[in-house]
Design a protein around this ligand. Sequence first.
Ligand SMILES: CC(C)(COP(=O)(O)OP(=O)(O)OC[C@H]1O[C@@H](n2cnc3c(N)ncnc32)[C@H](O)[C@@H]1OP(=O)(O)O)[C@@H](O)C(=O)NCCC(=O)NCCS
Length: 134
Amino acid sequence: MGKIRVVKLNTEGKKEFIREFKDAPKRRMDDYDFYGVYDGDKIIGGIVINIKPDHFHFKGLGLLPKVIVEFLFVLKEYRNQGIGKKLFDIASKYDSVGLRTGGMTTDTAKNMYTKAGFKVVREKGLVKYWYRGK
Ligand SMILES: CC(C)(COP(=O)(O)OP(=O)(O)OC[C@H]1O[C@@H](n2cnc3c(N)ncnc32)[C@H](O)[C@@H]1OP(=O)(O)O)[C@@H](O)C(=O)NCCC(=O)NCCS
C-alpha cells in the first residue's frame, strides 16, 4: 500500500470517480463536491456531498440540511483503517447534514453516524434518513 491521499476532485476527476463507482451521483455535478481517496494512482474510495440539496426527503419533516451526503464508500481491503471516518469528517463540518442509508449500508457506517450525533428522522422499509444539525 502506497501513500493514501484525499483529493477534492475537478470535473475530470468527478467523471473518473463516476466511472469507477457506478452508484455515485451522475447528474448536476456542479452541485456536488467529490473527494476521492487514492492509493498511489488507484482510487480506493470517496465521498460525494450535495452542497445545493433540494431537501426533497427532509422538507416534509421541517428540516433543511445545508448539505446531504449522497455517497460514501471505501474498498473492502482498505476498510477499518480510519479512511471512512476521515472522509465523513469533511461532511460533518457543516452545521446541518442529512443522509440516507439502505440495506447495503455497513454497520460501520451506521455506528459512525450515531457516534457523530446523527438521528434517524424518517424510516421507509430498509431506507433510513438521518439528520444532524440545528
Ligand atoms: C462506511 C465505510 C465507508 C467506512 O469506511 P472505513 O474506512 O472502514 O471506516 P473507518 O475505518 O474510518 O471506521 C469508522 C468508525 O468505525 C469504527 N470501526 C472501524 N472498524 C471497526 C470494527 N471492525 N469494529 C468496530 N468498530 C470499527 C472506527 O473505529 C471508526 O470509529 P471511531 O472513529 O470512533 O474510532 C465502509 O464501511 C464502506 O464503504 N461501506 C460500504 C458502503 C456504505 O455502507 N456506505 C455508507 C452508505 S450511507
